[in-house]
Write a protein that binds this ligand. Structure first.
Ligand code: BGP
Length: 492
């Protein structure tokens, strides 16, 4: 058998993209709640109000910065997809029953920090919020589905972003520690697998998204990231004390990168892009800043505010495993005339050997083998593919069926690659949770039409639609993949 016994098969979600109930039972607003919808060509915007009442907004990608005196706020005349999302808040029983029907033995979700600490800096947690996750975990465990929990997935309590400037302020570490202590203690017998921050490396590209950091200059992003590293290390240490069986991982956005030619200039660019790609995992897996980053800081004048004990903490709180998202690969070249396409919160030069999704993400199953090997060689830690999948337009046929063969093909090729990496290369792979196992709001564009799910959710980009759930063809395909522990990936 290629995949180990107990291999974790499931699906992945994030609270802000599927929960809804954005003010229900005492939940506070988060940065995700002030992000409008957008499209492939129109970036999502973050809305704010100036002290004189003028309304403004800032595109999320590419991101510039939000004025210091602005208050991030919901505007009455805008649409925010996170507010209702797909309303898992009220449908969790039905949705989990469908996951169970597919045979999931794990489910990746995130806890919404603002449900537990509505302002982020509250003295006591919101009991109603804690009760909601108790119910969700109990429901999962009823079907023997192991929860895999991201502690912070692209949402920082809005009050922290407004009052403290998000993760740029060192005090936020303490608020995150309180939050972790509360959820670790409360759920210590229900949850074993945790991840401290979703795609922590997105701090480099979208600091508001990644941590409520409103400024986009190199100094702010570096300091914000440093605080998240400290918070993550502290959470790992604390979690192990609360329950030594906890497995606490990092989570990084990852993709293989190629140089377009063997021109040494392209290869140097590739080396640099590789360093950037590994900076966050280098710190979280090895417990120290790599030399290339320290030299870059020296060159560019970035100065980290490092206090006594910080560097020791980084060493003591290295992660137990590496969770990563893999959707596509990218290409670099020194030749600036080359055409560029989109990727996961990034862009890439077009790879002539690959096809791209409708959103321009270049599809590269073999690149996943390279990614798995690269991470294994560099860190020798267990690997967990916690996001992968094809964002595509689906058509509902007259009889209600959705024949998403393109999605099956994409996923089958990636599962086949995982098999090769395990069988031939000996990669230590723990599990696979394809992204958006149930259709949900796109993080990058805020759309519903960019669908990843095995389960169709009848909802449109403008928020209309009854949100009825129905299985797609891929639902039955994935069920068979799980039932055979990845041995049968055929589409019939
Ligand atoms: C990752 C995020 C997810 C998710 C996914 C797909 O970056 O962790 O939250 O949304 O990408 O991206 P998108 O929704 O933009 O298609």
């Amino acid at each position: 058998m290629s995949f180990r016994e107990g291999f974790l098969w499931g699906g992945a979600t994030a609270a802000n993209q599927f929960e809804g109930g954005y003010l229900e039972d005492g939940k506070g607003l988060s940065t995700a709640d002030v992000m409008t919808n957008g499209s492939h060509t129109q970036p999502r915007r973050i809305t704010y109000t100036m002290p004189d009442g003028t309304k403004g907004s800032q595109g999320a990608f590419p991101y510039d910065s939000i004025p210091d005196e602005a208050t991030l706020e919901v505007h009455d005349d805008e649409y925010y997809p996170s507010h209702v999302a797909i309303d898992f808040y009220h449908n969790y029983k039905e949705d989990i029953a469908m996951f169970a029907q597919m045979g999931f033995n794990c489910f990746r979700m995130s806890i919404n920090w603002g449900r537990i600490y509505p302002n982020g800096d509250d003295a006591t947690p919101n009991e109603k919020g804690l009760e909601f996750y108790d119910k969700v975990f109990d429901e999962l465990l009823k079907y023997n589905i192991e929860p895999v929990v991201t502690i912070s997935h692209y949402e920082t309590p809005l009050a922290l972003a407004n009052k403290y400037g998000g993760w740029l302020d060192r005090r936020v570490i303490g608020f995150y520690e309180n939050y972790c202590r509360t959820i670790f203690t409360r759920y210590k017998d229900k949850v074993k697998y945790w991840m401290t921050f979703n795609e922590i490396n997105i701090m480099d590209h979208m600091p508001v998204f990644a941590g409520g950091v409103r400024k986009a200059d190199a100094q702010s992003k570096a300091q914000g990231a440093f605080h998240q590293f400290l918070a993550s290390a502290s959470a790992v240490k604390m979690g192990h004390e609360i329950n030594p069986d906890f497995k606490i991982g990092m989570m990084t956005a990852y993709g293989s990168t190629y140089s377009l030619t063997c021109n040494p200039d392209d290869e140097i660019l590739l080396m640099k892009s590789d360093q950037n790609r590994h900076f966050f995992s280098d710190v979280q897996c090895r417990g120290e800043y790599p030399a290339y980053k320290l030299k870059e800081y020296e060159r560019t004048g970035v100065k980290l505010d490092i206090r006594d004990g910080d560097l020791e903490l980084l060493k003591e709180g290295t992660v137990d495993y590496i969770g990563f998202s893999y959707y596509s690969s990218s290409v670099v070249t020194a030749d600036e005339s080359k055409k560029v396409t989109d990727g996961n919160m990034s862009t890439s030069v077009i790879n002539p050997y690959l096809k791209a999704s409708d959103w321009g993400w270049q599809i590269d199953p073999k690149g996943l083998r390279l990614a798995l090997n690269r991470l294994q060689e560099r860190y020798n830690l267990p690997l967990f593919i916690v996001e992968n999948g094809l964002g595509a337009l689906d058509t509902v046929e007259e009889d209600g069926s959705i024949n998403d063969d393109y999605r099956i093909e994409y996923l089958a090729q990636h599962v086949a690659t995982m098999k090769t990496a395990v069988e031939e290369d000996g990669v230590n792979l723990m599990g696979f949770t394809p992204w958006g196992c149930i259709d949900l709001v796109s993080a990058g564009t805020g759309e519903m039409r960019k669908r990843y799910g095995f389960i169709y959710v009848d909802k449109n980009d403008d928020g209309s639609g009854p949100m009825t759930r129905s299985p797609k063809k891929s639902f039955y395909w994935y069920k068979k993949v799980i039932a055979t522990n990845g041995e049968d990936i055929s589409n019939y």
